[in-house]
Design a protein around this ligand. Structure first.
Ligand SMILES: Nc1ncnc2c1ncn2[C@@H]1O[C@@H]2COP(=O)(O)O[C@H]2[C@H]1O
Length: 447
């Protein structure tokens, strides 16, 4: 790496979440909001965030905790068990929001009055965006809500959308967790995508079917339904944005402003790579690249993505891949079953030689990649004048190409094989990624 950036974007987001205790912050925000049930929840949350007394992280959590403590005590007295609190890894008591099915007021407040999943999805997004610039999370939340108020996104619209999503089962809002809603909702807001493709509609139907069976299985188990454990979902279910120092100028809810939607001029990239002296045999980039591969990898028309058609992993390869996945910040939180499911869906890409492009900046994101062997360099073109700059190195055992899938946006950078011995790369089809990592991952936990 030629700069101080973290090796993997997910690491930085994870670190931000840990440092700022984002999970506590969110849980308490939700607890306080549920407790107070203010008429204007957005304004209420914004005030919580911008109150000078709670600028300090500790004070924040204290205040939010105090606000919800009284109410929680009452609830706890009524409850026989004590499972709305649990010990977190560092020994601190972490609150969880637990609402019974019978609490219809809370249900309707969350879903109809507040559209809470929508709001929290937006807030999660904003926080993850800020993770890369290490801004104060409270400020980021406050700004997001301010932008929300001044943007065209109206509360009514948000609420309406929540209602639509909830149409299928009004009180069954456990299934409307933030993580599950975030991608679809935010895309709607941004107009980032048009109507879902036929393929995606199929996907949605399948997901609904799956949710249905999931519901049945759960009906018989517990009365209490945990609403959200929001931030444990953040790394895998919310969007990430690269920091290019422009975040403060972004219009509300526009992600990845810095990412060019156009494909980058390959000759320019080659020139820059020469200058960087990072890859010698770069001729192959432009000329040798296999056209069918191009088609398969990244240059497909949005919404009409190709399937990855490589070879499935052997038993031995599966073991290696499972280890990689279970160590990946993006996927380590998924249950072992899902991780195995992911592995069985991985396909080995053709061998890449030094100088081969695996991802082209600006291309359509069709796959998540895992680098099993070799090394790749990440090049990013921010402006034509400056050309492509090496911004990162992908090492064996890491995933890349997740940003385009999480955001449903063009590739943020080009990824080029840079090791003399070439690279062994596995790919996971976008639709599987969405189903297993973004959606299924929302309700799964590591066992
Ligand atoms: N600094 C970086 N900027 C952009 N992309 C990066 C960076 N470091 C690693 N990458 C990876 O490069 C990938 C390019 O495609 P994606 O935008 O889908 O996802 C991106 C990340 O996985």
């Amino acid at each position: 790496m030629d700069d101080d950036r973290p090796r993997h974007i997910g690491e930085s987001i994870d670190a931000y979440i840990r440092t700022h205790k984002i999970d506590d912050l969110f849980t308490r925000m939700l607890s306080a909001t549920l407790t107070e049930r203010p008429d204007n929840a957005r304004e209420y949350i914004r005030k919580l965030c911008s109150n000078d007394n709670i600028k300090e992280e500790n004070d924040t959590t204290k205040m939010m905790k105090e606000e919800s403590d009284d109410r929680r005590k009452e609830e706890q007295e009524k409850k026989e068990d004590d499972d709305d609190r649990e010990e977190s890894e560092d020994g601190a008591v972490k609150s969880k929001v637990t609402v019974k099915h019978s609490d219809e007021n809370a249900s309707s407040y969350l879903n109809e009055t507040l559209g809470v999943s929508h709001l929290f999805a937006l807030l999660s997004d904003a926080l993850v965006e800020n993770a890369m610039s290490h801004q104060d999370p409270l400020e980021a939340l406050s700004n997001t809500i301010l932008k929300l108020r001044s943007s065209n996104v109206e509360v009514e619209n948000a609420t309406q959308k929540t209602d639509n999503i909830l149409d299928e089962g009004t009180n069954d809002w456990e299934n409307v967790s933030i993580a599950q809603q975030a991608p679809a909702r935010v895309e709607d807001e941004e107009g980032c995508r048009d109507e879902p493709s036929e393929h995606e509609e199929d996907e949605t139907e399948e997901e609904e079917e799956e949710e249905g069976s999931h519901e049945n299985a759960e009906e018989s188990s517990e009365d209490d339904h945990e609403i959200v454990d929001i931030v444990s979902e953040l790394p895998s279910s919310t969007s990430t944005t690269l920091n290019n120092g422009q975040s403060s100028q972004r219009p509300a809810f526009r992600r990845r402003q810095s990412v060019s939607a156009e494909c980058i001029d390959r000759s320019q990239l080659l020139m820059q790579m020469k200058e960087n002296e990072s890859i010698e045999s770069i001729k192959s980039l432009g000329d040798k690249k296999d056209a069918s591969h191009d088609k398969k990898m990244d240059d497909t028309v949005p919404g009409k993505e190709a399937k990855n058609e490589g070879v499935a992993a052997t038993e031995m390869e599966r073991e290696v891949l499972l280890k990689i996945i279970s160590a990946s910040p993006l996927m380590s939180r998924l249950s072992i079953q899902i991780q195995k499911e992911l592995v069985s869906n991985l396909r080995k890409e053709r061998a890449f030689n030094k100088g081969d492009s695996i991802i082209d900046q600006g291309g359509t994101a069709n796959c998540l990649y895992i680098l099993e062997q070799g090394e790749c360099e990440v090049f990013k073109t921010v402006s034509e004048e400056e050309g492509a700059k090496k911004v990162n190195v992908v090492e064996p055992g890491t995933c890349f190409g997740e940003l385009g899938l999480l955001h449903d946006c063009p590739r943020a950078a080009s990824v080029i094989c840079s090791s003399d011995d070439g690279a062994v790369v596995w790919s996971l089809d976008r639709s599987i990624f969405r189903k297993l990592v973004m959606f299924a991952g929302a309700s799964e936990r590591v066992d």
